[in-house]
Design a binder for this molecule. Sequence first.
Ligand code: MRU
Length: 365
Amino acid sequence: MNIDGKPYRSIWLNDDGWSVSIIDQTKLPFAFEIAELRSLEDAARAIKTMQVRGAPLIGATAAYGLALGLRDDQSDNWIDDAAEILNATRPTAVNLKWALDRMKEALQNQPRESRVATAYETAKEISDEDVEVCRKIGEHGLGLIKAHAARKKGEPVQILTHCNAGWLATVDWGTALAPIYMAHDEGIPVHVWVDETRPRNQGAYLTAYELGAHGVPHTLIADNVGGHLMQHGKVDLCIVGTDRTTAGGDVANKIGTYLKALAAKDNDVPFFVALPTSTIDWKLQSGADIPIEERGGEEVKYVTGKLPDGTVARVEIAPDGTDAANFAFDVTPRKMVTGFITDRGVAPATPDGLLRLYPERMKKD
Ligand code: MRU
């Protein structure tokens, strides 16, 4: 995607051929800063502190993190230990383990001297494939938006999204936002309701930033507004991303997604989940088995924003000593999901729907 006329991905290998750059998402939207990853520890810290976030980007960063880590030590033991360090950074997004497993598989049976090169090649493949996969998600989702546009007769298609599932959450394009970008680029009028997404405000800080940079009309709303909008016919469809979708069709995504799905169900608003293949956990059937990240309560008690004099400050919004709980994700049961938009097409949110898209999984796991 372009920022100030310059094309960017959310992660890239530098010209030196070994260090990796990311856009530091903890600084957005107040500053656009690039951070360099020069070691496995840098990559692990970037994931843990959410300098990078979003399931597919977490996976790509972990892959490059392993490559960085192998520069110092190419032994079998270290590959396992390094993968474990990276895998422990965040628990819910399954793309993390998916990417690390793929790296380990590529490195298996490789002579020590070619392991670093193989690791970088595989990390690049994972990143490049993510771009292509998200582009395909965009193309498949575009058909849904077009169908709504035909009914709206020139009025904008009203789409609600939660958290950030745009290009900043992936390597490029995004998942939930990819069809929206494509529709906008084709001249289809769209308008996006952007949930602010407390406590980390990915909607306000990142989704509004992305959509604004691309010129997509959007309106920021407080997290609890969606139900009201749906009751008043102001949302044509919801599209969200996911951090882990089970083979049974249950969907873990940013906290608050479930409440939007409930409101959508009650108001007959289609609720779609956009996902790459790497986000499907074929080993789990029930969403109840998805590990849900709990983060520090201070994220709930403080907000970061820009003061009138332009400085960025973090301020406390609760009385001293208040306890705060911070569940980062929730699970939306498949019965509330209208369908999945994947890189292989659109499918009903059922085990059979998924298996029709992935027939090769019928006999596995
Ligand atoms: O905590 P985050 O910011 O990593 O959570 C991100 C989300 O919940 C996204 O919606 C999800 O990763 C899908 S992004 C393609």
